[in-house]
Design a protein around this ligand. Structure first.
Ligand SMILES: *Cc1c(COP(=O)(O)O)cnc(C)c1O
Length: 401
């Protein structure tokens, strides 16, 4: 991936912020310009027929890699830790999930997936994987070392997501990884919430760490992007699968991902702080039954989160005390700073109503009231709190209280 002179690249002693600044940069190869140019390309020309026949060229064809893709891969690898053997770039987070699963599974295999996984991940398992003879069993995200009891001789992979999508359960990844590895199964993780800055998945026993780069890596709600970091055990299978499926990312989107990555640490720190401010305020509201945020001591997964994570991002959920559905809609419709929409990880705040009841199959979802997921953006937290206060006033009127 990276060639000869890497004096501009991150060194072993560098911290994650320095790595984000240095990763993937080769000014020596680009006339001194700070950033790697965006290479729009398909064909790569070879000087002679002999060079072509001998494939003697640093770049062969754009689908196999360009300076733009290599820069992004090595920048992403620089923050995944020493166990990272390679990073694959995908056109969306869901493509990253599908490709990672297809890289390690074959017909006749059995897969274990957390009941709290992102719903479209389940759809991949229940449609494509089922059709190809791969069976999925969903398990309680709180299972921990008990996952050993679900392992069968044909179990080849365990998929974890921590915290869980929408519901924010924290999983005991080291315990699950130990049980999986004892039976020679690989561990895949959707690490979109924490990013490798707040959870070093590969260091905790994960073999394939997946992110939807649409979220915090892009950070500006303007791209679809995904990536998978592999360790030495899984890297070749991942690379081959992504290449053979012809998956690649457009140069402009790679460039936006690269640009977003430079400021990931400062954005995440701001999301973290603002989200905690808002979450603590919500926890004190009479309308709120529970706040599902793992960095709050009230969260059932708080001790595990403290043990394994080094930070929390801007996404969490809230359980309201029971009110009619119209009152929740009135709350959301009264918000002016929170957009109502899917996805998250951009600079702007978002809020969506959700219900995990129809998604779950291994565990029951009974939070005790209606649920809303918030993404806390980079606005002033005081303004967001004032907005939420307006929402609660509208909720009260709609509930007829
Ligand atoms: C959004 C999301 C995805 C899917 O990412 P896309 O880029 O939208 O395909 C996967 N996992 C989690 C946890 C997500 O929030």
């Amino acid at each position: 991936m990276t060639s000869s002179d890497d004096r501009h690249g991150p060194r072993p002693e560098h911290g994650p912020r320095t790595r984000l600044v240095l990763g993937g940069r080769r000014p020596d190869e680009h006339y001194g310009f700070v950033n790697t140019p965006v290479f729009h390309g398909s064909t790569v020309l070879y000087p002679t027929a002999g060079d072509y026949l001998g494939r003697r060229s640093r770049y062969k064809y754009a689908r196999r890699g360009t300076p733009t893709s290599e820069a992004l891969e090595s920048a992403l690898a620089a923050i995944e830790g020493d166990a990272c053997a390679g990073v694959a770039l995908l056109p969306s987070g869901l493509a990253a999930i599908s490709a990672a699963l297809l890289a390690v599974l074959k017909a006749g295999d059995h897969l274990l997936v957390s009941d709290s996984a992102y719903d479209p991940t389940r759809t991949v398992c229940d449609t494509i994987l089922t059709r190809w003879g791969i069976e999925t069993t969903y398990y309680d995200p709180a299972i921990g070392a008990g996952i050993a009891d679900l392992m069968r001789p044909d179990t080849r992979a365990v998929f974890v997501e921590s915290p869980g999508s929408l519901s924010f359960e924290i999983q005991d990844i080291p315990a699950i990884a130990a049980a999986a590895h004892a039976r020679d199964a690989v561990v895949l993780m959707d690490n979109t919430w924490a990013t490798p800055l707040f959870f070093r998945a590969l260091d905790h026993g994960v073999d394939l760490s997946i992110q939807s780069g649409t979220k915090y890596i892009g950070g500006h709600s303007d791209i679809m992007f995904g990536c998978v970091a592999a360790n030495a055990r899984t890297n070749k299978a991942l690379r081959d699968t992504v290449f053979n499926m012809g998956l690649c990312v457009g140069p402009d989107d790679m460039n936006l991902a690269q640009r977003g990555l430079r400021t990931l640490a400062v954005r995440l720190a701001a999301h973290q702080e603002a989200a905690l401010t808002v979450a603590r305020w919500l926890e004190g509201r009479p309308e709120v039954l529970r706040v599902l945020h793992p960095a709050l001591p009230s969260h059932p997964g708080h001790a595990l989160w403290r043990r394994d994570f080094t930070g929390s991002s801007g996404l969490f959920s809230v359980v309201f005390r029971p009110v009619p559905p119209a009152a929740v809609e009135a709350f959301l419709d009264a918000l002016t700073l929170f957009g109502i929409g899917a996805s998250w990880g951009g600079y702007e705040s978002l809020a969506i109503p959700f219900d995990c009841t129809p998604i779950r199959t291994a565990t029951a979802w009974a939070p005790g009231g209606p649920t809303v997921r918030f993404h806390i953006g980079l606005e002033d937290p005081a303004d967001l709190i004032a907005d939420l206060d307006r929402g609660f006033a509208a909720m009260k009127i709609a509930a007829g209280a």
